[in-house]
Design a protein around this ligand. Structure first.
Ligand code: IMP
Length: 424
């Protein structure tokens, strides 16, 4: 590091990511941590995400806006986010957002009507569907890396947008047909630029400037580690980097600004969409988890697949994110189970035990699971406020996770409300 940087760089950024297949309950922690933050930032994904927050008995689901909007903090969508303006303008309506409080990166990419159409089309043609949310996420990111995408900066400028459209139509007849056949939809899409425009700015520069002033910045991930395009169960993944590593590249930050990498995991496991999930329970226990845990997608309403906590996958998440600490959610949902289990090894197709998450998704599909059984707990968590009040069997369960994954569990969520959590 050079001398200038040595003087300037103070760790002031916390990054919080999902350590499973998404839907870990990150939104609630972000909402709580946001109280002490100056900025709350999304760095990847789009409105494929769904963060459910319960505040004063009222449920709010956010898809694209950072959870900090509920706290009146500066909310930022950075270059790594895929933005559907038609969705965003609706999601913004209930909040009193001003250009001082809400920033959209001029470098972010736009999900166009074509991307949404094409997502559905490709998914319907796949012999093995991925189970995408059909929100246009994959095609938008594909266009971005193919260098044919529409940036927010170009979208809000009519001339640049028209040039982009002309160019894109000239090289892709299918795209061109879509524009010609859906003119009203495209006009509505262009019109939405007016409501986005006031918030567009050099968001990354402004975040870097805030970091130089040691402002408290909270960065929230969407989806989860196992859906990461590099380290997840490819191709059954989303199209962005869901890991902590994506933060530095999409915002353009010095690594020393990061204070903590926090992972969030449920005390059990869920997955939406297709792809392997070794601990999936296709029985009464799985059904029970789904019902008690209200495991239905906040975005699509799809039923989530449920299973026992998988420590092989969780250890992978700790490693590839460089996690410093872990929060465990929904321990109340396991209350009432006489016994609870965790996966502590896989067996490959030759019966050999393996302790690392396989790189080849085909291998993940073929593993058997070795479980360890724990005493369950039966507790009314609504009366528990301190770590000392937590049941011994739960504390043993947590200690096992810590030792196995070599990570400190620093928070436990015991219910859906803001106040249902305990910092350890
Ligand atoms: P896409 O992100 O819509 O392309 O979907 C790719 C895969 O990621 C599918 O299996 C989706 O169900 C899954 N997925 C996308 N967003 C989320 C999320 O926020 N939570 C859980 N799964 C998600």
């Amino acid at each position: 590091m050079n001398r200038y940087q040595m003087d300037q760089v103070q760790p002031c950024i916390d990054v919080l990511v999902g350590a499973q297949w998404g839907d870990e309950g990150k939104g609630k922690w972000v909402d709580v941590l946001a109280e002490k933050a100056d900025y709350v930032v999304r760095y990847q994904g789009g409105n494929n995400a769904g963060h459910t927050l319960w505040v004063d008995g009222k449920k709010t689901v956010l898809n694209l806006l950072p959870s900090g909007v509920l706290r009146g903090k500066i909310a930022v969508l950075t270059s790594g986010v895929a933005i559907d303006p038609l969705h965003l303008q609706n999601e913004m309506k209930p909040f009193e957002l001003t250009p001082e409080l809400f920033w959209i990166s001029n470098r972010a990419h736009v999900i166009t009507p074509w991307h949404k159409y094409y997502d559905g089309l490709i998914e319907s043609k796949r012999s093995k569907p991925i189970g995408t949310t059909k929100r246009g996420i994959g095609p938008c990111y594909a266009d971005r890396v193919a260098r044919s995408g529409l940036t927010i900066a170009n979208y809000i400028c009519e001339n640049s947008r028209n040039q982009w459209l002309e160019q894109r139509m000239s090289v892709d007849p299918e795209f061109s047909d879509h524009v010609n056949e859906n003119q009203a939809l495209w006009q509505k899409f262009f019109k939405a630029a007016e409501s986005i425009q006031p918030f567009v700015c050099a968001a990354e520069k402004k975040i870097r400037s805030a970091a130089r002033k040691s402002k408290k910045i909270l960065i929230e991930g969407a989806q989860g580690t196992m859906l990461d395009v590099n380290h997840g169960t490819y191709p059954y993944v989303t199209s962005s980097c869901t890991l902590t590593g994506g933060v530095l590249s999409t915002i353009g930050l010095h690594r020393n600004y990061i204070r903590s990498h926090i992972g969030v995991a449920k005390a059990y496991l869920t997955r939406v969409g297709e792809g392997p999930m070794p601990t999936e329970l296709n029985d009464e226990v799985g059904k029970n988890l789904a019902e008690k845990g209200h495991e239905f997608g906040a975005t699509t309403g799809r039923a989530r697949r449920c299973g026992w906590l998988d420590l092989i996958a969780l250890k992978h998440a700790v490693e590839v994110n460089g996690l410093d600490e872990l929060y465990i959610n929904k321990v109340d949902i396991l209350s009432g189970f006489k016994k609870v289990k965790m996966a502590i090894a896989y067996k490959d197709k030759l019966g050999k035990e393996i302790y690392e998450f396989p790189d080849h998704t085909k291998d993940v599909e073929q593993v058997d699971v070795v479980y360890k059984e724990f005493e369950g707990w039966n507790e009314d968590f609504s009366t528990i406020e301190k770590a000392e009040q937590l049941p011994q069997s739960l504390l043993k369960f947590v200690k096992f996770i810590e030792d196995f994954c070599k990570i400190n569990v620093t928070g436990i969520s015991t219910g859906p409300r803001r106040e249902d959590l305990i910092f350890l």
